[in-house]
Design a protein around this ligand. Structure first.
Ligand code: ADP
Length: 203
């Protein structure tokens, strides 16, 4: 049996409706690392009615960002669990420059750094179409037209700039997010393989 220590520390970034959540799960599976979605963590906390859930419920429903201090604390705790020691895929964090600094500091303390950032791009029209479909299918309370517009504008104002920081480090792979799910997964896998990461399972 071959042991692949891929140690991939990945981030997937894309606007709402880009499919980053779906692709994130697929990529994490392919490389044998946990997918960590802050949106999922927050929604689970809201559903469970935990302290965290009570703190973030109104913020999520408005499509605003949860404060950095709280979000970064949640991520630090999650990344400290054993399954993230050999790599991880972050989805939805960091999403502003403050969170980039928080993550850098945390990883630096562990002698680690992000290895690759997947930028998933889709035209604005396409992402809005996908979001309204998802609204019908999943009934997410933050998928109303007005709240979507708020989330997209926060993305453009606060999240897109983090890509510049990572681009300067030479770790961004831009991937076309239009196509079938399998095609897009294959594009991302190819980009990561080109960086020397080895798949641990068939995608
Ligand atoms: P989307 O990318 O479609 O907005 P997510 O599931 O990533 O969906 O996030 C849902 C919501 O959770 C966000 O609108 C925000 O309120 C909150 N959230 C998720 N990640 C973060 C983060 N890194 N910082 C602050 N708030 C976050």
């Amino acid at each position: 049996m071959t042991h692949h220590h891929t140690q991939a520390r990945l981030l997937i970034v894309g606007p709402q409706g880009s499919g980053k959540g779906t692709q994130g799960v697929r990529i994490a599976e392919a490389f044998g690392i946990p997918a960590i979605s802050t949106g999922d963590v927050f929604r689970a906390a809201v559903a469970a009615g935990s302290d965290l859930g009570q703190q973030v419920k109104a913020i999520i429903e408005a499509g605003d960002l949860v404060p950095d201090e709280l979000t970064s604390a949640v991520v630090r705790e999650r990344l400290s669990q054993g399954d993230a020691a050999g790599g991880f895929l972050l989805d939805g964090y960091p999403r502003n420059l403050g969170q980039v600094r928080d993550l850098d500091a945390f990883l630096e303390d562990r002698g680690e750094a992000l290895d690759a950032v997947i930028e998933l791009s889709v035209p604005r029209d396409e992402s809005i179409t996908r979001l309204s479909l998802r609204a019908q299918e999943q009934g997410r309370t933050d998928d109303t037209e007005e709240i979507i517009a708020n989330r997209l504008s926060i993305y453009e104002r606060e999240t897109a700039p983090i890509l510049e920081v990572y681009r300067e480090r030479g770790i961004v792979d831009a991937v076309d997010g239009v196509g079938s799910l399998d095609e897009i997964t294959a594009r991302i896998v190819a980009a990561l393989e080109a960086r020397g990461f080895v798949r641990s399972a068939a995608a």
